[in-house]
Write a protein that binds this ligand. Structure first.
Ligand code: ADP
Ligand code: MG
Length: 574
């Protein structure tokens, strides 16, 4: 039996599609500019393979013209243009991508194609114009043709194509904006400041200039005969300006970017006034293709430990922004990292939900996680002072990272941790601690307290130091949990100095202790009686040396953990 074609109400289908793909109406501009950029790219490619065309890349540009009287917004390009057939197949068929076809047609080893970065691939972006326009007119003339065509549609009952006049090759997309509705202000798309904002936000790195005539309010030049005291006059001038900055820093070769350029980009983009501590500029090609530029800030953002702080990297697809804070690109422990990732493998209209499960995104995230770690290790090795600055800003975050998810990230983070060393009187890494360990030392010792000076005076600390062993002084609430989560360092257990078995006893020592306990019984009983329910037990301890007594916790929860949990329960912020 012959198969029948599905019939669909094109208007309903269009509505459904557009409204399910896009959450923000404002992205229509991004889509049309991306198409214009693709059209320029195709022309550039064609001229590279055909010298006789005499097209110079420098002439290619995109123009935006708002017209308040006619309530139209026009996006024009002087790119490849469309023939009548192109109009039929590209704009007459939803989900048909002429650009996708173009890309598929490029040979893998095509040298000329190296400089081509066509964005389109799904054939739906164009229709986003109908989110803000109730009618769209396309006037286009293909390169090498002297015919021009007008495509018109109100989105509802199809489209018409008629012959028209157009002086130069290229395409004008004219949107007849919808009337303002209660919650929707379509007039804003006629305001140059709004259009500028949208171009900056989404299309700043389009590789062709996006020009618009903007108003500038400025001082008139003083006439030659003006007196000293004459007030300067102001005037409003209209002038054509290029709105986008065009060259994404991350697309440039690492060796060609100056440190000042990296820093300026960071400060402008992420609103910091301090230079970052480090920049990671990296790329990959193959199974996944991407370029990334990541920054380690020098200071803790004021809202870093609040719910308001959102982690994430900016995600671009060939220079077009598709997501501002893509959380899935960063593990929580590195949530302080800022930056951008650009990959041509993502489509412009990919949704948050789909991205979350995207395999390529996971591959990129894993690679970046490794890069961040190795950059930090490098800093730790090469510039101790800088690393301590970093540690001061984000060390606590790394510790939380060790404890979170049942220690899932502890292998990643272990080498990055710093603790105060009793021996060095400064911060040490765990690796350096282990290097200094005498052979007979069984454990990695740590002691918790308020600050290194107070910890050094704890009665439990003395006997370990006397043995010549080094202790890690832990001054943060989370430290005890970190040690428990780490559990061991290359086969050596972490041990709190407060543990009864912190120093392994010989048989003789054990016996002596037992005898002592027997002898001391009456004293202990008296003390217990005096303290009553305030303590559970009073016993002779081996953890003290010259100190007479100390408090210890009962069971696996240490005194520090108890304090910490009381704080958390008591509503104090961790
Ligand atoms: P995509 O960009 O994903 O291919 P669109 O719906 O945005 O999908 O565009 C559909 C097709 O229409 C494009 O692939 C391209 O062939 C054609 N097209 C759209 N805008 C232009 C333009 N300004 N100049 C030339 N061709 C265009
Ligand atoms: Mg497109």
């Amino acid at each position: 039996m012959a198969k029948k074609q599905f019939k669909a109400e094109s208007k309903r289908l269009l509505d459904l599609m557009i409204n399910s793909i896009y959450t923000h109406k404002e992205i229509f501009l991004r889509e049309l500019i991306s198409n214009a950029s693709d059209a320029e790219d195709k022309l550039a490619y064609k001229s590279l393979t055909d010298d006789s065309m005499g097209v110079s890349r420098a002439d290619l540009k995109i123009t935006i013209v708002p017209d308040k009287e006619k309530r139209t917004l026009t996006v024009s390009d002087n790119g490849i243009g469309m023939t009548r057939e192109d109009l039929e197949s590209n704009l007459g068929t939803i989900a048909h991508s002429g650009s996708g076809q173009f890309k598929a047609g490029l040979a893998q080893d095509d040298k000329a194609a190296e400089d081509i970065d066509v964005i389109g691939q799904f054939g739906v972006g164009f229709y986003s114009a109908f989110m803000v326009a109730d009618a769209v007119t396309v006037i286009t003339r293909a390169w090498g043709s002297d015919e021009a065509w007008m495509w018109q549609s109100d989105g509802a009952d199809g489209y018409t194509i008629t012959a028209c006049e157009k002086e130069h090759p290229g395409t004008d997309i004219i949107m007849h904006l919808k009337a303002n509705a209660d919650e929707e202000n379509y007039d804003q798309y006629l305001e140059t400041f709004k259009l500028q904002e949208l171009i900056k936000k989404y299309s700043d790195y389009i590789r062709y200039p996006i020009t618009m005539e903007v108003e500038d309010y400025r001082q008139k030049p003083k006439p030659a005969d003006a007196g000293e005291d004459d007030k300067p006059e102001w005037e409003t001038v209209k002038e054509w300006k290029t709105i986008n900055s065009q060259i994404p820093l991350w697309q440039r070769q690492k060796s060609k970017v100056k440190p000042e350029e990296y820093n300026a980009f960071y400060k402008e983009k992420f609103g910091d006034w301090q230079d970052p501590l480090a920049v990671i500029h990296t790329s990959a090609e193959g199974a996944v293709t991407y370029k990334a530029m990541l920054y380690i800030p020098a200071q803790t953002p004021y809202d870093f430990y609040t719910r308001e702080y959102q982690k994430g990297l900016q995600l671009y697809s060939s220079g077009v922004m598709i997501m501002d804070k893509c959380a899935d690109l960063l593990p929580d422990c590195f949530r302080f990292v800022k930056g951008v990732v650009d990959s041509p493998d993502f489509s412009l209209n990919i949704s948050r939900e789909i991205l979350q499960h995207d395999r390529q995104l996971k591959v990129i995230a894993t690679a970046l996680e490794k890069k961040i770690k190795s950059e930090l290790l490098k800093m730790q090795k090469d510039d101790k002072e800088k690393y301590e600055k970093f540690w001061h800003a984000f060390g606590t975050q790394l510790k939380y990272g060790v404890v979170a998810d049942y220690g899932a990230k502890k292998d990643l983070l272990q080498d990055l941790l710093l603790f105060w060393s009793s021996k060095e009187n400064t911060y040490t890494t765990l690796a350096a601690y282990q290097d200094r360990m005498p052979e007979d030392q069984k454990f990695v010792y740590y002691a918790c307290g308020e600050d290194p000076e107070k910890i050094a005076k704890l009665p439990q600390v003395e006997r370990i130091l006397d043995k010549g062993y080094e202790i890690l002084y832990c001054t943060e609430d989370v430290d005890d949990f970190v040690m428990k989560a780490l559990a061991e360092l290359n086969g050596k257990q972490f041990k709190s100095v407060a543990d009864e078995d912190a120093l392994p006893q010989t048989e003789e020592e054990k016996k002596a202790a037992q005898e002592k306990a027997e002898a001391g019984k009456p004293v202990l009983e008296a003390v217990k009686e005096a303290l009553g329910d305030q303590v559970k037990e009073v016993r002779i301890s081996s953890i003290l040396k010259s100190g007479a007594c100390c408090l210890t916790a009962d069971g696996p929860v240490s005194l520090e953990m108890e304090k910490y949990m009381n704080k958390v329960e008591g509503g104090q912020h961790m």
